[in-house]
Design a protein around this ligand. Structure first.
Ligand SMILES: [Zn+2]
Length: 477
C-alpha cells in the first residue's frame, strides 16, 4: 500500500487569499471573492504557505524543484465553488523523499514520491431533505504527501503515519489534529501474488480519521481483495470507505482516472520560483527532527530508547525536557542533576499531568521547578519519596520546591543517633525476626528498613538506615 496524506499548513490565512483559516466558526464567515470563486477574482500565492511546504519537503529528504507550476484539477462538486481545485500536477515543487519506520524491531525506509501544494475544498453538510455548504475551509493551504507503494501491512502504514505526523509537528508545519481534519490520510491498497512484479487493481480507502482505524481498514481490505482474487473475481479501481462498527470496507464510487480531471496549468498564477538560496536558508533554519533528538537523548544523555520515545512524543514535551537539561547544566558540576534522573521523573510524574491539543501542551510545572526539586533530592535534603509529595504540591502552581520543603518542615532525617534509637527499639521488639536474620536470612533486613521508614514517614535516609541496621544486628551476633 501507499499512503496519500493531506496535511494542513499552519498559516493564519488561506493559500490564495487573505481570509483566515479557522475551525469551528460560523459557516461562510471566512470567505471572499477569491475563495468563493467569483468571476474576475484572482488568486495570489501565500508566501508563508510556501515556506512551510518547502520546510516539510526538506525535513522529509525531498529534492526541491526550483520551478514548479500550479494546475487546475477540474471536477464538479458543491463544496468546490470554482469548479476546479488549484493543485500541482506535472510539476510539483518537490519529489523523491523518504521516511524511516521501525516495525517489530525492523527498520524500513518508505519512499515518498512527491509532495505538492494544493487548496482544500469546503464542506458539504447533509440534512434529511436538503444539503448546505460551508466554504470557510475552501482555499485552506495543504500539502499532499504521496507515498510510494512500499508499505506491506496495516501496522507499517500506522507507523508511517505516526512518524510523518511527528515530523510535521516538530517543524511547526502542521498541528497533527486528526479530529479536525488537519491531518488526513487516504490509503491505496492492492495485492499481488508472491513473485509477481505487478500489483493488482487498487482500492483507495478514503478519509479514515484515526491511526488505529487505518491499520484495521487496510488489513480488512487486503483480506477482501485476496478473497476476491482467490474466488476468481475481477474488480475495477474503486474508492472505498471504512465502517469501523461493522469492521468492513464499502464502495463509495468507481474511481476516475487522472484523465477525468483534465488538468492544465492555471493561467491565473505565475510559476513558483524557489531560488537555491531561499531553499538553503530554510534548510539552515530546520529545527532538530524527532529522530535526531531521540538519538541524542540516547547517545549523549544516556536515556533508554523508551524514555527517548516518550520525551519526544510532542514538540512541547521535548522542549520542556531540553530546557530542564540546560538548566541542570548551569549548576556547578557536583550539584548538577543527572539527565537520566530528570527523564525518569519527567516521564512518570510530569507526563501523567500533561495534556496536549494539537501543537499546544499544558505541562504542570516549569523547568525551574522540576530541576530545583530534583536538586533537593540530589543534595539529600529530601528523599525520592518526599520529592513526589513536594511535586504534588507544586504541580499547577508557581510555588518553588525549596519553599514547600521549608514551609512543610520536610527534610530527610539524616540524624544517625535518632535512627539508631529507632533501630534499637525495633530490634528489641522483634526478637523472632532478629533470630532469623542472625541465622542467615539476611533479606529480613527489609522488614526492619520498612518499619523505620514507616515510623519516619519516609523521611529517613535509606542509606543510613541500612548501615545502622546492619551494624546493630551484627553487634549482637
Ligand atoms: Zn478568501
Amino acid at each position: 500500500m501507499g499512503l496519500e496524506v493531506h496535511a494542513q499548513l499552519l498559516t493564519r490565512t488561506k493559500l490564495f487569499c487573505g481570509c483566515e483559516t479557522s475551525f469551528g466558526d460560523a459557516p461562510n464567515v471566512h470567505t471572499c471573492p477569491v475563495c468563493l470563486g467569483l468571476p474576475g477574482a484572482l488568486p495570489v500565492l501565500n508566501e508563508g504557505a510556501v515556506r512551510l511546504a518547502v520546510t516539510a519537503a526538506l525535513a522529509l529528504g525531498c529534492t526541491i524543484a526550483h520551478r514548479s507550476v500550479f494546475a487546475r484539477k477540474n471536477y464538479f462538486y458543491p463544496d468546490l465553488p470554482k469548479g476546479y481545485q488549484i493543485s500541482q500536477y506535472e510539476e510539483p515543487f518537490s519529489k523523491s523523499g523518504s521516511l524511516a519506520i521501525d516495525v517489530a524491531g525492523q527498520r524500513r525506509v518508505a519512499r515518498i514520491q512527491r509532495i505538492h501544494m494544493e487548496e482544500d475544498a469546503g464542506k458539504n453538510i447533509h440534512h434529511a431533505s436538503f444539503s448546505v455548504v460551508d466554504l470557510n475551509r475552501a482555499g485552506t493551504p495543504l500539502i499532499e504527501i504521496v507515498g510510494e507503494p512500499d508499505l506491506r501491512s496495516g501496522a507499517e502504514a500506522a507507523e508511517y503515519l505516526r512518524r510523518l505526523r511527528e515530523v510535521l509537528m516538530a517543524i511547526g508545519v502542521n498541528d497533527g489534529n486528526l479530529e479536525q481534519g488537519s491531518f488526513r490520510c487516504d490509503a491505496n491498497v492492492s495485492v499481488r501474488k508472491v513473485g509477481d512484479e505487478k500489483l493488482g487493481v487498487r482500492a483507495e480507502l478514503k478519509n479514515i480519521n484515526s491511526f488505529r482505524f487505518v491499520e484495521e481498514a487496510i488489513d480488512i481490505e487486503v483480506r477482501r481483495q485476496i478473497a476476491l482474487y482467490e474466488s476468481g473475481q475481477r474488480f475495477s479501481q474503486q474508492t472505498r470507505g471504512y465502517n469501523a462498527d461493522k469492521k468492513e470496507t464499502y464502495l463509495l464510487r468507481e474511481k476516475e482516472g487522472d484523465a477525468g480531471y483534465r488538468y492544465f496549468p492555471d493561467p491565473d498564477l505565475p510559476e513558483v520560483s524557489l531560488p537555491p538560496a531561499y531553499v538553503e536558508t530554510l534548510r539552515d533554519r530546520m529545527p532538530e527532527l524527532p529522530e535526531a533528538r531521540r538519538a541524542r537523548y540516547i547517545e549523549e544523555l544516556g536515556l533508554s530508547a523508551y524514555a527517548a520515545g516518550v520525551l519526544t512524543s510532542h514538540p512541547k514535551i521535548s522542549a520542556f525536557f531540553d530546557a530542564c537539561i540546560a538548566l541542570a547544566r548551569q549548576a556547578p558540576a557536583e550539584q548538577g542533576v543527572d539527565a537520566v534522573k530528570i527523564a525518569n521523573f519527567a516521564q512518570t510524574e510530569v507526563m501523567s499531568g500533561v495534556q496536549t491539543t494539537g501543537l499546544d501542551a499544558s505541562i504542570p510545572v516549569r523547568p525551574e521547578q522540576l530541576v530545583e526539586l530534583l536538586a533537593l533530592v540530589q543534595k539529600g535534603t529530601i528523599s525520592g519519596k518526599q520529592a513526589k509529595e513536594v511535586y504534588a504540591k507544586i504541580a499547577g502552581t508557581d510555588k518553588m520546591p525549596a519553599d514547600v520543603v521549608l514551609a512543610e518542615g520536610l527534610a530527610v532525617m539524616g540524624d544517625v543517633t535518632e535512627i539508631e534509637r529507632l533501630a534499637r527499639d525495633f530490634i528489641a521488639a522483634n526478637p523472632k525476626q532478629v533470630a532469623q536474620y542472625r541465622s542467615g536470612k539476611t533479606n529480613i533486613l527489609g522488614f526492619f528498613v520498612g518499619q523505620i521508614m514507616k515510623a519516619t514517614k519516609g523521611s529517613a535516609d535509606p542509606a543510613i538506615v541500612n548501615d545502622v541496621l546492619k551494624k546493630l544486628l551484627a553487634e549482637g551476633a
